[in-house]
Structures are given as structure tokens and as C-alpha cells.
Design a protein around this ligand. Structure first.
Ligand SMILES: [Fe+2]
Ligand SMILES: [Fe+2]
Length: 297
């Protein structure tokens, strides 16, 4: 069986990567109080919520609410990461602590924005929030290497999501555009860390290719557990710049190239087979995307 734990020989390099992350994140450190339009806030007891107060288009509200309901599951993401990396590299355990502290602001920022701007029914939001966290999140892979592959994709997808939605949101509320771009910066640094952990492993031992395919081919955002996830994503794809086309161009294609899957040469025959399968999957997705483009989106 080919190992799917992280490699202890890489600990010093990963330590450097972590120090680099802390430096970069200290430079862009922020508090969520800085990004909210507090002047718009009104007491819900004095001025109850009413649908007529909503000024953003429904697709943007859906996008922000979906992002929020993804970020609120942080306790479960952290618990999954903490369990997975128990007994693995301490450097990764340290990173998970830093990562959690950084992620912890994201749902606060999005939720407070939605409440202050009265973009959603606060009661409904509260119920959805509670229901989502109560459902929790449990992926169907549990090894350190596969988890790192998943988090690389997930951070990149989240970064692209925020940046793409920001373009549309900015037309309606520049505060919202700014706030989303702010979140995207955090996700960029997270992505860079996880992505390079995997890259170093593949360079040191190309047989790790064996463990890439399952996670990549079955990738779903962790938010998939929330109510009406598929409907939400199809609205966002049509009206807020993030759908299967963007996923291919800005996530899947980017990561396959960054990890240089094409030029890796694993020794183990099963790892080489897995690598070729993954390249085939990538080529098939590319054809699907091109057909979709030709049919006029
Ligand atoms: Fe986040
Ligand atoms: Fe993140």
C-alpha cells in the first residue's frame, strides 16, 4: 500500500512555508469591524425586517448566504483537520490553529453584513445557520494526504468564488465588493500553503499520485450539506460568475498544471495508472467545457 501520510522529511521545508504564511498574513491582518457599513444598522425590535428593505439582487443575496453557510461550519472543518493530523506532522497541526483563527472571522463578516444591510430575513437566516451547523460536515476520506489535496482545491475554489462574486456585487454595493475581495486574500494565502505542501510531496515522491484522483474527481464544496445547495449553485453560476466553467478554468485546470501532473513519473505501476486516469479526467472535463462554450453557455 502506498503511503498516504505526510512525509516527516519535509517537516523543515513545511516549517519555512508556515513562517512565510505568518509573515504574509500579518501584513494583511484585519478585523471584521473594519469592513462593515455600521451606519446602516437599525434595531430589529424597533424596525422589524421587511422584504421591501432588500436592495441587492436575489442572486447576490444567494451567493453571500451560500458563502456564509459554508463558512459557519468551521467548527466541523477544524475538528476534521485536528483528527486527521493527530500523530502526523506537528507543523501541520500548528498551521491548522493559525488557519482556524483566520477563518473564524469569515462567517462573522458575512453574517453581520447581511443583517446590517437587511438583505435577508434574520429569522430565516438564524434557522438556516443553526440547521447547517447541526448537520455538520463529514468527508468520505480521512487520510492526511487526501485531506491536504481536498483543502487545496477547496481554498482555491473559495478564493475564486469570492473574487468572481465580488465583480458582480461591486456594481450594487462597493462595500460588499471590497469585503469579498478581502476574504479572497485570506483564501489565497491558505490555498498557497496547502497547494505547496502537496507539491513538495509530489516532487519528493511521485507515487503520491495514487492518492490524488479520488479527491479531485469527487470534489464538492463543503457547503454541499446545506439546504437547497444545487439550486443555489445554479443561480450563482448564471448570475454571479461562479459555475462549472469557472471551476474548470480557474480551479481544476490551475491545480493540475501547478502540480505538474503531466510530467511526474511515479515508479509504482498503480500510481502511474492513477496519474494517467487523472489526466484523462482532466482532458474529458476540458472537452465538456468546450462543448458547453460552443453551445453558447
Ligand atoms: Fe473562509
Ligand atoms: Fe480559507
Amino acid at each position: 500500500m502506498l503511503t498516504n501520510d505526510l512525509d516527516f522529511r519535509l517537516e523543515p521545508r513545511l516549517r519555512e512555508l508556515y513562517e512565510e504564511h505568518k509573515k504574509r498574513s500579518a501584513k494583511i491582518d484585519w478585523g471584521y469591524h473594519e469592513f462593515l457599513p455600521w451606519d446602516k444598522a437599525q434595531d430589529f425590535r424597533r424596525v422589524p425586517w421587511d422584504p421591501s428593505q432588500v436592495t441587492l439582487p436575489p442572486s447576490i443575496v444567494t451567493a453571500i448566504e451560500t458563502a456564509l453557510l459554508t463558512e459557519v461550519n468551521l467548527p466541523w472543518f477544524t475538528s476534521h483537520l485536528a483528527q486527521t493530523f493527530k500523530g502526523s506532522l506537528t507543523i501541520i497541526q500548528d498551521f491548522v490553529h493559525t488557519w482556524t483563527a483566520e477563518e473564524d472571522q469569515h462567517s462573522n463578516l458575512l453574517e453581520t453584513y447581511l443583517l446590517i444591510t437587511r438583505s435577508v430575513d434574520p429569522k430565516r437566516l438564524h434557522e438556516l445557520h443553526k440547521m447547517t451547523v447541526e448537520n455538520g460536515w463529514e468527508p468520505d476520506f480521512h487520510t492526511p494526504f487526501e485531506t491536504m489535496v481536498y483543502t487545496s482545491l477547496q481554498e482555491l475554489a473559495t478564493m475564486v468564488f469570492y473574487n468572481n462574486v465580488a465583480k458582480e456585487a461591486n456594481k450594487h454595493d462597493p462595500d460588499l465588493g471590497k469585503l469579498l475581495r478581502r476574504l479572497a486574500k485570506d483564501e489565497t494565502l491558505h490555498y498557497a500553503f496547502y497547494r505547496d505542501v502537496i507539491k513538495f510531496h509530489l516532487q519528493l515522491e511521485p507515487n503520491y499520485c495514487y492518492h490524488l484522483g479520488y479527491v479531485i474527481k469527487n470534489f464538492q464544496m463543503p457547503g454541499a450539506v446545506m439546504p437547497d445547495f444545487d439550486d443555489r449553485m445554479s443561480i450563482i453560476a448564471k448570475e454571479a460568475n461562479y459555475g462549472p466553467l469557472e471551476y474548470f478554468d480557474q480551479v481544476l485546470d490551475v491545480i493540475i498544471k501547478y502540480w505538474d501532473i503531466e510530467n511526474l513519473r511515479p515508479i509504482a505501476p498503480e500510481a502511474e495508472k492513477a496519474r494517467l486516469d487523472l489526466l484523462k479526467y482532466h482532458a474529458r472535463m476540458k472537452r465538456v467545457k468546450e462543448r458547453f462554450m460552443r453551445s453558447g453557455k
